[in-house]
Ligand binder design. Structure first.
Ligand code: SF4
Ligand code: SF4
Length: 227
């Protein structure tokens, strides 16, 4: 997320999709930062996001007034959420910039709206500022391999959202941001030539794909399937 202001509509070129994907997956596995050329955009600080902060982010928590955070539902004790004001702005977004930029939460450091054009998902009508920004990115898809990668990412997102019932409850998140991140973690299942999407829910093959996705996810979370 950016500490600067304004939004634009012109297209923004991105390097090869494969380069971006490697960086995005590395940031996820290492809990690192993404390097988004946000320019003057700060849409994600003004888009009604609840920002998840983990207990180990002690320096971040120390910067935020206690009354602005509350226990994160469904998470162990110590995990908190930072809410937003009536205009959808993060309360730490002051004078058109992040007032705790140096100590901003890990969630903010990892946010990258290019996950939407990469997976074919959209952030949703409730976040129009990000929706405007996500349409601007243009990946370099000049080679067949890059286009194959895009197809795999988008097939992964489509499968997860279409066949969510094939997975245990909660495996497929309810919001587009987390769905896109999950697709990025397991997309390589869809590089396999033996897995096609034209199968009805409940077919043996869709169950096989769901099983392969769960295995790929576990490998990614163990750090065995990075980049
Ligand atoms: S919406 Fe995208 S470009 Fe804008 S601040 Fe967030 S990550 Fe950066
Ligand atoms: S903590 Fe800072 S970077 Fe994160 S949403 Fe709030 S203003 Fe934006």
């Amino acid at each position: 997320m950016s500490d600067r202001k304004t939004t634009q509509t012109d297209a923004i070129p991105v390097a090869k999709l494969s380069f971006w994907l490697t960086d995005a997956r590395t940031a996820l596995i290492n809990h690192g930062e993404t390097d988004v050329p946000c320019g003057e955009c700060n849409a994600c600080c003004r888009s009604s996001y609840f920002i998840h902060i983990k207990p180990e982010e002690t320096q971040t928590i120390a910067q935020i007034p206690k009354e602005l955070m509350f226990a994160a539902p469904g998470f162990p004790k110590g995990h908190v959420l930072l809410g937003y004001d009536k205009d959808g702005c993060c309360p730490m977004f002051i004078d058109s910039k992040c007032s705790i930029y140096e100590y901003r939460p890990q969630t903010c450091r990892q946010y990258d709206c290019r996950i939407f054009p990469a997976t074919g998902l959209t952030v949703g009508d409730d976040k129009p500022l990000i929706s405007q920004q996500e349409k601007r990115w243009r990946f370099n898809l000049s080679t067949r391999d890059e286009r194959k990668l895009l197809s795999a990412l988008q097939a992964a997102a489509k499968f997860l959202t279409t066949y969510s019932k094939l997975f245990p409850t909660g495996f497929v998140p309810g919001n587009a941001t987390q769905q896109a991140i999950l697709a990025i973690k397991i997309y390589d299942v869809f590089l396999r030539d033996d897995f096609m999407l034209e199968n009805s829910e409940g077919s043996k093959q869709s169950h096989d794909i769901a099983t392969a996705i769960r295995i790929a996810y576990e490998k990614f979370e163990r750090g065995e399937n990075n980049a």
